[in-house]
Structures are given as structure tokens and as C-alpha cells.
Design a binder for this molecule. Structure first.
Ligand SMILES: Nc1ncnc2c1ncn2[C@@H]1O[C@H](COP(=O)(O)OP(=O)(O)OP(=O)(O)O)[C@@H](O)[C@H]1O
Length: 316
């Protein structure tokens, strides 16, 4: 693969719609860094430029400025080298409602002139199996649930072996069951070693499946990084509920905990390297009446707010 270990890298990627010097800057100076093997959540409210970025990555629209490297190949110049290794789901493929899932895939597979005809059946079976649609393969597309439709779209992207999958809002419009199905599928694909770049306007969704995230706001990438930060012990806090909050505060301090807060009825601190059970034991030994004890891990929103100093507003 590419020498720098990145599945996608862009520098200064920008797109202006309309006349040069006028019109709207839909994407503004994006430096995306998507490590190979990652599940990268491309997060941002509707209209923040996610689809436009994805269309540029796939060579579907020209960038106004900037550079794109996809699997180590420059886009659009070397798109023909990179794109056969990239599966995508953008605005969903047009499926025929009266044909079965299998027959729909067969039509798309037949349109791929680079694929050998002899292996067609095997390719289709494999793609159906990977998205869990083997049992429903003979059902007409119009009778598929929304989740099944979306999974068929992903199956279409998987007719060939892929190193990278780019999915634009794959759970948009899905009910909770469909969302779970797609989320599970993304996790499975990633476990098989495929890099997945998936856009979403839902923070909770990205948090559940992704290990890297980029946050878009009005065309700009406002934060990008690894979600390993969520497991960072320095961000985990213990919260003690007790009428003896002043004594509890002293116990936490004696144990060497830092960033201690005390309010009437609660004392809290950063957990650090201490085991929660040792803290409870020390509190009890000191005669603190522990009414509640919680270990609070930060969620993506907390981390985002602490890193950028801004609220996360997906409805903007
Ligand atoms: N072909 C186009 N011509 C003019 N403006 C466009 C075009 N495509 C997108 N835009 C504008 O560019 C901005 C970014 O749109 P884009 O679709 O990339 O955002 P998005 O984050 O993917 O949102 P959504 O989830 O709603 O698709 C929007 O203001 C949109 O109106």
C-alpha cells in the first residue's frame, strides 16, 4: 500500500461552487489524515460540506484547490489506479424495485467491465453474505426494509475486494434496527482490515463505531484526531455523593487524586491510576457516608468541547 500508512490524505482541499472569486466556499482548506486500518467518522451538520468532500475524494467533482491522495495515489490524476480498490456508497445506487437483491447485484456486477464473468456468481454470493443478506437474496428490493436496502448498497460496494470503503451517511433515514445493522456491518468490515471512512451528522453514532474522527463546521475541519483520547485515564473522574463532602474531599486529596471539586453533597476528582474500589474503601474507612459513587468516562462531546473550547452543535 501507500508508504505513509494513510488511506486518505488531503492538503488544503477546497471547493467553491459558482463563479471563481464568487459563489459559496462549500469546503475550505481541508487537511484530512485518515490512517489505513482506521474507522474514521466524518462528522458534521447537514450542509457542512461532507458530501462535497466525499465527491472530491472519489473524483466525482473537481476540487477548486488542494491535493488529494487516496491509497497513496493522487486524485484525480491517478484515479484509475486507486478507485478499483475503493468501494463507495454515495447517494445510494439506483436499485430496481421489482428485482431481487441478488438480481440487482448481478446487474451492477455485469456493468463492471473489469470483472471476470465466470466468477460473477461467487462474487455476488460473497457480497450478500458479508452484509448478511444471503437469506433475503431472492426477495424483491421493494420488500426490503430500509436497513436491508442500505446493506444491499454496501454489498454493491463490496462486489470487488476493497481496501477502503467510503460511506456517505449510511444510516440516514434508518430506524434504530436498521442503524444497528449498518453499525454492526461497519464494525465487521473494519475487523477484516478494511479502512472505513463514514460520514454522519450524529455524534453518538460516530462515537460507537469509529476510532478516529474529523469534525466539520461550515466547510472547515474544526477538529481531527484519535478517539483513544476517550479512554484516557486522565479524563476519567470519580464522583462521590455524600453529606460529608468536605471529609470526602480530604480523602481524595490524601489518595493523591487531582482536580478535586467539592460542592455540598458531592466531591469529585480525576481517577488517574487509582482503582475505584480502593477509593471507596478509603472513603468508608474515613467514616464518609457514601450515598453514591460513579466512575465517569468522558464522551466524545465532552472531549470535543474540552479540546476546542466550543460546544458541539450538529444542528447549526
Ligand atoms: N452542486 C452544488 N452547487 C452549489 N452549491 C452546492 C452544490 N452542492 C453542495 N452545495 C452547497 O455546499 C454546501 C455543502 O453541502 P454538502 O452537501 O457537501 O454538505 P453535507 O455536509 O454533505 O450536508 P448533507 O448531509 O445535507 O448532504 C451546502 O451549503 C450546499 O448547499
Amino acid at each position: 500500500m501507500n508508504p505513509d500508512g494513510l488511506a486518505i490524505a488531503t492538503t488544503g482541499l477546497s471547493k467553491r461552487f459558482g463563479r471563481p472569486g464568487h459563489g459559496q466556499l462549500a469546503v475550505d482548506g481541508l487537511d484530512l489524515v485518515v490512517p489505513a486500518g482506521s474507522v474514521y467518522g466524518f462528522l458534521g451538520p447537514n450542509g457542512s460540506g461532507k458530501t462535497t468532500t466525499i465527491r472530491m475524494l472519489l473524483g466525482l467533482v473537481f476540487a477548486t484547490a488542494g491535493e488529494i491522495s487516496l491509497l497513496g495515489q493522487r486524485i484525480p490524476d491517478h484515479a484509475a489506479r486507486a478507485l478499483p480498490h475503493v468501494g463507495s456508497l454515495v447517494e445510494g445506487p439506483a436499485f430496481h424495485p421489482y428485482l431481487s437483491g441478488r438480481a440487482n447485484l448481478a446487474r451492477l456486477d455485469a456493468a463492471d467491465l473489469g470483472a471476470s464473468r465466470r466468477d460473477s456468481g461467487r462474487r455476488i454470493d460473497h457480497a450478500l453474505e458479508r452484509v448478511g443478506l444471503t437469506a433475503a437474496a431472492a426477495k424483491r428490493y421493494r420488500n426490503y426494509s430500509l436497513g436491508m436496502r442500505q446493506r444491499l448498497g454496501i454489498a454493491a460496494a463490496l462486489l470487488q475486494p476493497r481496501d477502503l470503503l467510503i460511506l456517505d451517511e449510511p444510516t440516514n433515514g434508518l430506524d434504530p434496527q436498521g442503524t444497528r445493522e449498518v453499525r454492526h456491518l461497519v464494525t465487521q468490515l473494519a475487523a477484516d482490515g478494511t479502512t472505513v471512512f463514514v460520514s454522519s451528522h450524529l455524534l453518538s453514532e460516530v462515537e460507537q463505531v469509529c476510532d478516529h474522527v474529523g469534525v466539520m463546521r461550515t466547510g472547515r475541519l474544526v477538529w481531527q484526531g484519535s478517539l483513544a483520547v476517550l479512554g484516557d485515564q486522565q479524563r476519567v473522574r470519580v464522583v462521590v455523593q455524600t453529606p460529608d463532602s468536605t471529609v470526602a474531599k480530604g480523602v481524595l486529596a490524601d489518595l493523591g487524586l487531582v482536580e478535586i471539586n467539592e460542592e455540598p453533597g458531592t466531591a469529585s476528582a480525576v481517577l488517574g491510576s487509582r482503582a475505584p474500589e480502593d477509593i471507596v474503601a478509603a472513603l468508608v474507612r474515613a467514616g464518609v457516608a457514601v450515598r453514591g459513587f460513579a466512575v465517569q468516562r468522558p464522551n466524545l462531546e465532552d472531549v470535543f468541547v474540552s479540546l476546542t473550547g466550543e460546544g458541539f452543535d450538529v444542528s447549526a
